[in-house]
Design a protein around this ligand. Structure first.
Ligand code: NAD
Length: 307
């Protein structure tokens, strides 16, 4: 009988549907309702054969403290919380669930485009505070959306933005699907060109050594004055101090993020700005995506354990 540790908070919501798949396993769930700390992971993973993990740390310490560990299954695609080198040293395979949450994150991104363009966040808050000032917005039609990263999520955003009659350009040196580019009339640009022409810039790259603080003060300064930034990828892609400068100085009109370098962010100065909006990492948190991810990650884990 395998012992498996399952950490994602949202998995817990669909665990009843997943129980038939896990028949015969001893399952340890994360019942805290929050992301686990490294110490908690060490304790809970110490006797596990497999880990199905969300954003909780699978660090070297966690891996080394789990002598029976044979497989890790990521609930999603971002593997920046997992020490892949430490896994490789032990020959422990890692699986992800590519595509399972593309539509959900893309739809959230499109939602944030509308929220920023029409200032819905501040407008609704003002009405609740007793005000009624009719804030002027901007149309999306004909505006340019710049996608930094044109992978699974970036492509779903591109299709939807084209449906909204936006112009879409992208920067992704690794994306080679020329047919998709032609079919959706996308324009490939350098990052500098993209920042200079886009009314909205949306980030869809993984967090790597190359992309950490990709949007630093210099690059934010290259953006069109009055443009907007959307980040539904990873908080660390953005230098938050530089973003505070860009938003408070009026260099950028607004920014909407679903991710932050520290989640939850605590009392961060960005949260005091009216033109900054942060959602609590809900991109993949829809019933459809959670069910798809839970099923795919469970099947991946069991396949790796049985191999
Ligand atoms: P993906 O791997 O399908 O696509 C990433 C794309 O980025 C690829 O096309 C790759 O070529 C490109 N890329 C890599 N390095 C680059 C660089 N330095 N410059 C430009 N392009 C580069 O990943 P995805 O599924 O589209 O996910 C994108 C991001 O969204 C990831 O950061 C992921 O962690 C994040 N994400 C967030 C949520 C959420 O809940 N908010 C959910 C899922 C994924």
């Amino acid at each position: 009988m395998w012992t498996v540790l399952i950490t994602p908070k949202s998995y817990y919501e669909v665990r009843k549907e997943m129980e038939p798949l896990l028949k015969g396993c001893r399952v340890i769930y994360n019942e805290t309702g929050r992301t686990l700390t490294e110490e908690e992971m060490c304790r809970l993973a110490s006797g596990a054969d497999g880990i199905l993990v969300g954003v909780d740390p699978v660090s070297r310490k966690v891996i080394e403290g789990a002598p029976r560990l044979k497989a890790v299954s990521k609930y999603g695609v971002g593997v920046d919380n997992i020490d892949r080198e430490a896994l490789e040293e032990r020959g422990i395979p890692l699986a992800t669930t590519p595509g399972a949450n593309n539509v959900s994150v893309a739809e959230l991104t499109v939602g944030l485009l509308f929220v920023l363009a029409r200032n819905l966040y501040a407008a609704a808050a003002e009405v609740k505070a007793g005000g009624w000032s009719r804030v002027r917005g901007t149309e999306l039609t004909g505006k340019t959306l710049g996608l930094v990263g044109c992978g699974g999520i970036g492509r779903e955003v591109a299709r939807r933005a084209r449906g909204l009659l936006m112009k879409v350009c992208f920067y992704d040196p690794y994306f080679q699907d020329e047919r998709f580019i032609r079919e959706h009339e996308l324009e490939r640009l350098s990052l500098e060109e993209l920042l200079a022409v886009s009314d909205f810039v949306s980030l869809h790259v993984p967090l790597t050594g190359e992309t950490r603080k990709l949007m630093n003060r210099e690059r934010l300064g290259l953006m069109k004055p009055g443009a907007y930034l959307i980040n539904t990828a990873r908080g660390e892609l953005v230098d938050e101090e530089a973003l505070h400068w860009a938003l408070s100085s009026g260099r950028l009109a607004g920014a909407a993020c679903d991710v932050f370098s520290k989640e939850p962010p605590g009392d961060h100065p960005l949260l005091r700005l009216d033109n900054f909006l942060l959602t609590p990492h809900v991109g993949a948190h829809t019933h459809e995506a959670v069910t798809r991810m839970a099923k795919a990650a469970t099947e991946n884990l069991l396949r790796l354990l049985a191999a």
